[in-house]
Design a binder for this molecule. Structure first.
Ligand code: NAD
Length: 488
């Protein structure tokens, strides 16, 4: 990738806020710098929104709501379909942009563009499939009509780790349902969302239907929107800590909420697993996105009889991984998002080793510019180690062992999170039995990656509320209305 190609992609991004169909500077004139986590260099300076800008974005979303809700579902669907085509045409530029601002290897960024774009296609199709019910009541005295209405203006907050997919997973169902939105991407990776917003505009999204606020003051900018009586829905993807605080704020307006929060996924390997497949699944579940995924396998819980062999095979593969800037050929491990993330990952490794784990490979930061950490494998991780409780969010694979199925389930469920679990077994009866025993919203049974636009993504316990994608996704943006008509 040449520097000129990178510059061209960066310069094409609108560096402003999108409010009421206009690309505008911040009302204060402030800007924020977006940096490349693999070099620390500034990629682009963009508008840094203020609470006043937030108020104007909310005004725009409220003003556009009635007309967008009244727009024919087919028209809404066709606009989303057009956006899908445009993203597909510009996939290479979007992938490069994401690699530059977030650090993931280019091959993974391409994968995210394809995955994220599926939400535009899926919800372009779902827009015309919102149906209701009509029937006689049990007494025979009245006819009941049940219909679905858009909830109204929505505030969508997204994290930095999947800049495109987390945006399309919210914007597409909201627009398909007939809702207008204000979107606030993470300050670390806002460029992809700005590029996506420009594509949505080009696809025909009317002024005010999608508004974008980029800001270094997420709390200050969010408060006036969440407190606005015209807002009807808050959809958030990010950490459980921030999600909890936002739910408290949303309570004042009794807002509908969708919360896609943190994870602490167990990856359980039974003694009857196909180890070749388990190793492939483990590497995908752990190292995708440099370990920075809510769905990342956090705890490897491996039957004692196969633990050494499993550890040997994954260690061999991890030792051969190439670390570097995501734009370089052959790199599979890019930088972490910032130096704080490096320190968090390494402190969890140090704590595990202090409590008795063995460091099989890695375990240190890599010198030089950028926030790099060596891909790491820990074996014999002991109960009580912080790495088993906390989200690692880095390329660290931690292995603990078990002896019985009940023990494995107890270990896997011993967390306040419940997003996804991964289980490897060749015993069909056991596989079916386990579906009901893992307290998670999603499960990979002999699969290390589960995400699909056609499937309901989401967690139980403190991993969240609501589902994105699948038949369920659009219902997060619809409210049910019941009407009675007397029969006589
Ligand atoms: P984060 O909670 O720090 O930030 C998420 C978003 O919230 C960002 O846009 C941020 O600017 C904003 N934010 C932070 N404080 C805020 C406040 N007080 N008011 C309003 N907005 C605020 O999370 P992150 O570090 O960006 O992302 C990593 C986390 O996201 C991990 O915990 C990960 O598991 C989770 N995640 C979950 C899913 C899922 O679908 N369940 C998907 C991706 C990431």
């Amino acid at each position: 990738m040449t520097a000129a190609a990178e510059r061209a992609v960066l310069d094409a991004v609108p560096a402003s806020l999108l409010i009421a169909g206009e690309w505008v500077a911040s009302s204060t004139g402030a800007t924020l710098d977006v940096t490349d986590p693999s070099t620390g260099e500034v990629l682009r300076s963009i508008a840094d929104a203020s609470p006043e800008d937030a108020q104007r974005a909310m005004d725009a979303a409220a003003a556009a709501q009635a007309a967008w809700a009244a727009t024919a579902p087919r028209v809404r669907g066709e606009i989303l379909r057009k956006a899908f085509e445009l993203v597909r045409e510009r996939a290479e530029d979007l992938a490069l942009l994401m690699t530059l601002e977030m650090g993931k290897p280019l091959a993974e960024a391409r994968g995210e563009v394809a995955y994220g774009n599926e939400f535009l296609r899926w919800f372009s199709e779902e827009a015309v499939r919102v149906t209701g019910r009509y029937g006689l009541n049990p007494e025979g005295t009245g006819r009941m009509i049940v219909s679905q209405r858009p909830v109204g203006p929505c505030y969508l907050i997204t994290p930095w780790n999947f800049p495109l997919a987390m945006a399309t997973r919210k914007i597409a169902p909201a627009l398909a349902a007939g809702c207008t939105v204000v979107v606030k991407p993470a300050a670390l990776t806002p460029l992809t969302t700005l590029a996506l917003a420009a594509i949505l505009e080009e696809a025909g999204v009317p002024a005010g239907v999608v508004n974008v606020l980029t800001t270094s003051d997420s709390r200050g900018v969010s408060a006036p929107i969440i407190g606005d009586p015209r807002l009807r829905k808050l959809s958030f993807t990010g950490s459980t800590e921030v999600g909890r605080a936002l739910m408290k704020q949303a309570a004042d307006g009794v807002l509908r909420v969708s919360m896609e929060l943190g994870g602490n996924a167990p990856f359980v390997v039974f003694e009857d697993a196909d180890l070749d497949k388990a190793v492939e699944g483990a590497l995908a579940a752990k190292f995708r996105n440099i370990g920075q995924a809510c769905t990342a396998a956090n705890r490897f819980i491996v039957h004692a009889s196969v633990a050494d062999e499993f550890a040997r095979r994954v260690t061999e593969r991890v030792a051969a991984m190439r670390v570097g800037r995501g734009t370089e050929d052959g790199v599979t491990i890019g930088p972490l998002i910032d130096d704080r993330a490096v320190a968090t990952s390494l402190s969890l490794v140090d704590d595990a080793v202090a409590k008795g784990a063995t460091l099989a490979v890695g375990g240190a930061a890599i010198d030089g510019p950028g926030s790099f950490v060596q891909p790491t494998v820990l074996t014999d991780v002991q109960p009580g180690s912080a790495i088993l409780r906390e989200e690692i969010f880095g390329p660290v694979l931690a292995i603990a062992t078990f002896d019985t199925e009940d023990q494995a389930i107890a270990l896997a469920n011993a967390t306040e999170y419940g997003l996804v679990s991964y289980v490897y077994t060749q015993d069909l009866a056991r596989g079916h039995r386990l579906i009901d025993r893992f307290d998670t919203g999603m499960m990979g049974l002999n699969a290390g990656v589960v995400s699909n636009a056609a499937a309901p993504f989401g967690g139980v316990k403190q991993s969240g509320i609501g589902r994105e994608g699948g038949l369920e996704g659009i219902h997060e943006y619809l409210s049910t209305k019941y009407t009675l008509i007397p029969a006589d």
